[in-house]
Ligand binder design. Structure first.
Ligand code: TRP
Length: 360
């Protein structure tokens, strides 16, 4: 790691190795770690989120790890013009989280929108001075998002949001960051900021190094079998969809012309993706499900997936429907999350000010 540039060795391979090491350490002493991850409140979540990341969070919570879940409401302003639904979408996320098993009543789990934590947000001022413009220019995830937005000019918030994300991660000195690969450039920037802050202002390692915990489940494709499952592409099954809606969506899912069902992700991505989803829902391997269906073809595969997925999601959907009528309780969950996050952020900002010689 040079002082002037990014850690060029932080490649995917390194991130995978670090993630594996972290997994092993967590298995031994989960209580020694603190988890932080989050989502933007852009709507409700789908089964790609469930199998790709939400289940992982619940697992860590249940191991006894203190868990912070940030709802990145400021980040929404960087790439969405509309803001009228932000509050509603915050509640959508809380309902999704609680229905899949995040449980702030039973566990040390804290859910909060980062807009509510002034001390977290204030960290951005010193952090901005630790990163160069050319480093921001290089962030591949931001580049892609700018391209996807189709906009000619980029607002400064979009440009610097990876630094704000470092504030989300470092305010609570979290060490376990469950994320997908697209977030690795942001993790790299966060690690760079933590190292530089520690070097410049403090000999006592104020910020511990956060590490990405990459999800074990392979990429979940949308029902078009072409791209990642994503709400904006209209190829996803939402957690809150009804059983009938789910059946309809699966009926329309893309398959291929070969009758016999086999698990072959490389050559038969669409069929293999449906098998993988059925595997998540049943706990059986994709290969054994393919064997069971065999010559009965894709109609039978779709029937199998519809039935198993709807059965798996039924209790989640029921819980979610109940929560729809409990706005007061959802509000309490957020207040409790904000209280805890704020008290941690106040302590960290105090240490940061002390390190920078800004105490009066
Ligand atoms: N950038 C993430 C996304 O778009 C959301 C996010 C904000 C996040 N702060 C975070 C994820 C901190 C992990 C850790 O999905």
């Amino acid at each position: 790691m040079s002082d002037t540039g990014f850690d060029s060795s932080y490649t995917l391979q390194v991130a995978i190795e670090q993630s594996d090491k972290l997994s092993a350490a967590i298995a031994k002493t989960p209580e020694k770690f603190r988890m932080l991850t989050g989502d933007r409140p852009t709507g409700s979540l789908h089964i790609g989120h469930l199998f790709g990341s939400l289940q992982n969070r619940v697992k860590l919570q249940n191991l006894g790890m203190e868990s912070f879940v940030v709802i990145a409401d400021y980040q929404v302003l960087t790439d969405h013009d509309a803001f009228d639904k932000i509050s509603q979408n915050v509640y959508e996320l809380v309902m999704d989280y609680l229905s899949v098993g995040l449980d702030p009543e039973k566990h040390n789990t804290f859910i909060f929108p980062h807009s509510q934590i002034p001390e977290l947000n204030q960290l951005i001022l010193p952090f901005l001075t630790l990163v160069s413009n050319s480093e921001l220019d290089k962030n591949p995830t931001v580049k892609e998002e700018i391209l996807a937005s189709g906009k000619k000019s980029v607002n400064a918030g979009m440009y610097i949001y990876p630094i704000h994300q470092a504030c989300d991660i470092l305010f609570c000195k979290s060490t376990v960051i469950p994320v997908g690969k697209d977030q690795l450039p942001h993790l790299e920037m966060t690690r760079t900021i933590a190292k530089r802050f520690n070097n410049k202002f403090n000999n006592n390692e104020l910020f511990p190094m956060p590490t990405a915990l990459l999800s074990e489940s392979p990429l979940i494709l949308g029902l078009d079998g072409e791209q990642k499952m994503s709400k904006s592409r209209g190829n996803s099954i939402m957690l809150k969809a009804t059983a009938e809606e789910t059946a309809k969506l699966i009926k329309k899912a893309k398959t291929d012309a070969t009758r016999e069902i086999t698990y072959d992700p490389e050559n038969r991505p669409e069929v293999s993706n449906l098998l993988r989803l059925a595997s998540f829902a049943t706990g059986n391997t994709p290969e054994s499900i393919a064997n069971e269906i065999g010559e009965k073809g894709s109609g039978e595969l779709k029937r199998y997936l519809t039935e198993s997925l709807n059965a798996y999601l039924a209790p989640i959907r029921q819980k979610r429907a109940e929560l729809e009528n409990e706005k007061g309780y959802l509000h309490d969950v957020l207040v409790r999350g904000v209280d805890r996050a704020r008290s941690v952020a106040i302590d960290t900002l105090e240490e940061v000010r002390e390190a920078m010689n800004m105490k009066i």
